[in-house]
Design a binder for this molecule. Sequence first.
Ligand SMILES: [Fe+2]
Ligand SMILES: [Fe+2]
Length: 474
Amino acid sequence: MSINYSERIPNNVNLAGNKTLQRALEHWQPGFLDWWKEMGPENSKALEVYLRTAVSVEPDGWAHFDYVRMPEYRWGIFLTPPEAERKVNFGAHKGEPAWQEVPGEYRSTLRRIIVTQGDTEPASVEQQRHLGLTCPSLYDLRNIFQVNVEEGRHLWAMVYLLHAYFGRDGREEAEALLERRSGDADNPRILSAFNEKTPDWLSFFMFTFITDRDGKFQLAALAESGFDPLSRTCRFMLTEEAHHLFVGESGIGRIIQRTCEAMNQHKTDDPAKLRSLGVIDLPTIQKYLNFHFSVTSDLYGNEISSNAATFYTNGLKGRYEEAKLADDHSLETAEYTVMEVVGENIVTKHVPALTALNERLRDDWVKDVNAGVSRWNKIPEKAGIPFRFKLPHKGFHRRIGVFAGQHVSPEGQVLSEAAWTHQHKQWLPVEEDQAFVGSLMGRVTEPGKYANWIAPPGRGINNQPANFEYVRFS
Ligand SMILES: [Fe+2]
Ligand SMILES: [Fe+2]
């Protein structure tokens, strides 16, 4: 399963053994590079970036670090090695050999699943393309570029599946993935969170902490798929995703750290005072958390979904860590708890677990987000500062599902329109907050130096020293 880097498209799928497929992908490649030039990180073409590239798909030591000009990054097709005699692990086909080809009856559904996942990958690159111009350090600049090239590779991962298994329809979908644009009025990306702006680094770190984590859970559910090539593709993507989550969590952690230092140094928790000191007050960070959490919650879709049930029963998309769960893996009689709004109250009800799989995946994600928030809270705790971050109620600021059209406070109170209008500015970033955060965004490119609003990281990438030149401007 070693990766062949001598070919135009690096791969471990023996692309050379399938000339038609190889030609089709080589035909798609220039379009991808054009897209990268047009929509990839702004003004980045000439930079030499200290990037990791996959050299092996084995779990240990797959990464190689070196300076790369991003347009020359070796985007390719990497799947984890096949598991001998892998079976479908859930649904009506449980126990049958996993599919190496797309079952005809599931073709359009699978294609839709792959396209929807694939569309998020270039979307986030587009959302983040201006941020290099305001990087708080070379370390952070390198990290965002690493995330960006890997999201580009994730697009390759999905396009490979479309080309290899979905014939002409797949090739057309692969073209369309290069044509949609995040936030475009006429031809937007498919999911709404991927059409939001990522205007500053606080948003970027929240996005990688929260929205890339949605990616983790979607990929994990698809890694359970009975369609084996999809499963193996997603398994390798998950190893890359872990770094994106690290960038987000540590990025916010460093912002909190810096603010706590300023709070103690100046003995103040007054947001106005802290802002005048050029750090981001903790309540503003909480507002950004509320925003990204609620917008990303919507990505999981309706709490009750017959589509989700069908995906599961047909063996296309499993639950998080399906194979580790101890139940019948068919969910014919199991129940699950979902919320519902009745008058002014939020109540829970039991529904067939099969119909509640979106909610279940959302709950798994919430648990994971919450664990990260608890790790953040150790920072003010250690500094002797009483402030704690808290995820808002699941119903807060939602546009999809049972809470759409409702006004729910972060504490989970159903509010009247008037009460919401009166109070929501305390809970979500308003123009003034965004303008303040925006005003901090300068550009720091001296090795080892960091913008005032963020603490340096605990250690360097690949254990490089503090003043390492992660990006070379030539
Ligand atoms: Fe991704
Ligand atoms: Fe990601």
